[in-house]
Ligand binder design. Structure first.
Ligand code: HGY
Ligand code: MN
Ligand code: MN
Length: 414
């Protein structure tokens, strides 16, 4: 292993400069996928990568690949790269580190290789994946999903935001609908550095999480239909109250998770009631459900129980209930050699580490379908994420980036 380290101060400065784009009053970031702020962040990343001597390409899903050539430029164009990256889009009340850390840690690895004049056998590519969060365009991890062949391009381009704008049109509008094919090319290995977004590493006092895999997820969209009527003149036993029905379903979502401790989690993140007038009984309610569990069988059982509960509540209340499963993502295990490279890097650098399964989804989970993949976690304060208070320590971020540097070097032949 080469005795080199990344420049932690430079990494922190890059993170803080990127955090100015879409900065919120409470110290977080709101930079939804394919907005003008996302474009601004992308443009800054591209400028930094070009200044680091990379060749930048953009594919049909707006994924950005900044390529540092291998030692033999003559052979380079056909050589499969070692990739590292994450996402720049955030949640509406997101933080400064979710996704961005992995993108800028990848750039810091390239900057460090340049500082030391290190040549690698394989090219190294720093990557930005489009629409990881799924906050504006569902489902999540759309562009890494197209790259991995999980979604087809037309499906992804047609995904619409709540205002009806499509992902494809927004890619065009911000100038990131690239010519390069999305996917279909060999990747030697992929590593993604990310904050844990949970409390485990901090509680255990470990700066590095060796991520062995990620739990599964099922996302649903539910429409409950009853009948608008007068809040003052409609007797309780003659109502078809869509919101009262949906409220029972939401309670069931929580019960389905709390009855399967300690791993099951379930969330209703969006709920819209119409006509949303205080003295009209709601006739229609739309809401979303996010179910997760590390075991596929249990995740399926949770989904079945949820559907049965909705049907029973709707039948009893004289409501119609449409349930659409818009996304299923099975639990995955990362490549044993990549996981070992992360663990060995942490050991060699003297960092305490812990094996961990990711509760969150990441682009690495889809890239793992087409390339040997590993992830590196670092702690975040109080395990808070998808919240403007998200925070991480510079030393932990530097430690994770050093482990990333050595894992990339180990696989790229540096
Ligand atoms: O929802 C997730 O797990 C990820 O943050 N997109
Ligand atoms: Mn993320
Ligand atoms: Mn996230």
């Amino acid at each position: 292993m080469k005795n080199i380290s990344i420049d932690g101060a430079r990494l922190w400065e890059s993170l803080m400069e990127m955090a100015r784009i879409g900065a919120t009053e409470k110290g977080g970031n709101c930079r939804l996928a394919l907005t003008d702020l996302d474009r601004e962040a992308r443009d800054l990343f591209v400028r930094w990568c070009e200044a680091a001597g990379c060749t930048v390409s953009v594919d049909a899903m707006g994924n950005i690949f900044a390529r540092r050539p291998g030692r033999d430029p003559g052979r380079d164009p056909g050589l499969a790269p070692v990739m590292t990256g994450s996402h720049l889009d955030t949640q509406p009340t997101g933080g400064k580190f979710d996704g961005v850390y992995g993108v800028l840690a990848g750039l810091e690895v390239i900057r460090t290789l340049n500082d030391h004049g290190i040549e690698t056998e394989a090219p190294v590519e720093a990557v930005v994946w489009t629409n990881e969060e799924g906050a504006r365009f569902a489902p999540a991890m759309t562009a890494s999903g197209v790259f991995a062949g999980v979604f087809d391009l037309d499906y992804a381009h047609a995904r619409a935001d709540p205002d009806g704008r499509t992902l494809g049109a927004e890619l065009e509008r911000i100038g990131y609908k690239g010519d390069a094919e999305c996917g279909g090319r060999e990747v030697k290995a992929y590593f993604e550095a990310h904050i844990e977004q949970g409390p485990i590493l901090e509680a255990e006092g470990k700066p590095i999480g060796v991520v062995t895999g990620a739990q599964g997820q099922r996302w649903f969209e539910i429409t409950v239909t009853g009948a608008e009527s007068h809040a003052g003149t409609t007797p309780m036993d003659r109502r078809r109250d869509a919101l009262a029905g949906a409220a029972g379903m939401v309670t069931e979502v929580r019960r389905i998770a709390t009855s399967r401790p300690p791993h099951a989690v379930a969330t209703v993140g969006v709920l819209n009631s119409s006509p949303n007038s205080r003295n009209t009984i709601p006739g229609r309610v739309f809401f979303t459900v996010d179910l997760r569990h590390p075991e596929d069988g249990t995740l399926s059982a949770m989904a079945a129980e949820f559907r049965a509960a909705c049907d029973a509540i709707a039948a009893e209340a004289g409501l119609a209930c449409e349930i659409e499963e818009i996304w299923y993502f099975a639990p995955i295990a990362f490549d044993a050699d990549c996981v070992a490279a992360v663990r060995q890097g942490a050991d060699a650098l003297g960092y305490g580490h812990l094996d961990i399964v990711s509760g969150a989804g990441h682009d690495a989970c889809y890239v793992a379908k087409v390339a040997p993949t590993g992830m590196i976690f670092v702690p975040c304060k109080d395990g808070i994420s998808h919240n403007e208070l998200e925070s991480a320590e510079p030393d932990d971020l530097a430690a994770g980036c050093n482990v990333l540097l050595h894992a990339v070097l180990e696989r790229a032949g540096g």
